[in-house]
Design a protein around this ligand. Structure first.
Ligand code: GAR
Length: 200
């Protein structure tokens, strides 16, 4: 059975692209049924359109609270009947007004190991910590999102990444993204193997 994925993004969407490619090649027995961005100019929306996938800029209305936005977002996502909702560079905290609708169905990717460098600019901050001699490795992880904790929740997969001497931040970032693309697809593959269809 082909699983249904909704992917939430805020930017470039290289991880979304990895998922789209894996769906197309058959590596993932899934299809991305909708891509949603909270940012109008997210390049990931173009990637979605190029792949023939519905691409939505989900605009925050004036005076709308976080809970109201999240409830409206959940109501929209429910109409897509997703098996999983993948946060692939979605840089906005989701409240229980969204998460309570999708227990064990929301998956987040974060470019750091559990309990390290939570939030934004994790790659840059890890690189800086290495330059200061504070760490010799970092990593990436994929985890479930049970509540409003930032980049926190039951870990589904993680992979360590060692620093390389004299590597530029740009090269390091490229290396991290390559690891992310593989880990995210592999984790989804593992989850979908035991997929149970979601009924809202
Ligand atoms: C990825 O590195 C992802 O791990 C990170 O945003 C980037 C999105 O890249 N997410 C977080 O930092 C979540 N806290 P992409 O748009 O090219 O997929």
């Amino acid at each position: 059975m082909t699983s249904r994925l909704v992917v939430l993004i805020s930017g470039n969407g290289s991880n979304l692209q990895a998922i789209l490619d894996a769906c197309k090649s058959g590596e993932l027995l899934a299809s991305v049924v909708c891509v949603i961005s909270n940012k109008a100019n997210a390049y990931g929306l173009t990637r979605a359109k190029n792949a023939g996938v519905e691409a939505i800029h989900f605009v925050k209305l004036e005076n709308e609270t976080r809970q109201e936005y999240d409830k409206r977002l959940a109501d929209f996502v429910i109409t897509k009947q997703p098996d999983y909702i993948v946060l692939a560079g979605w840089m906005r905290i989701l409240s229980s007004a969204f998460l309570n609708h999708f227990p064990n169905r929301v998956i987040n990717l974060h470019p750091a190991l559990p309990d390290t460098f939570v939030g934004t600019y994790a790659i840059e901050r890890a690189y800086e910590a290495y330059q200061k001699g504070e760490i010799d490795h970092t990593g990436v992880m994929v985890h479930l999102v049970p509540d409003e904790g930032v980049d926190d929740g039951p870990v589904l997969a993680k992979q360590e990444i060692n620093f390389i001497q004299n590597e530029t931040l740009e090269d390091f970032e490229t290396r991290v993204h390559k690891v992310e693309h593989k880990l995210l697809v592999q984790t989804l593959k593992n989850l979908l193997t035991d997929n149970v269809r979601f009924n809202p």
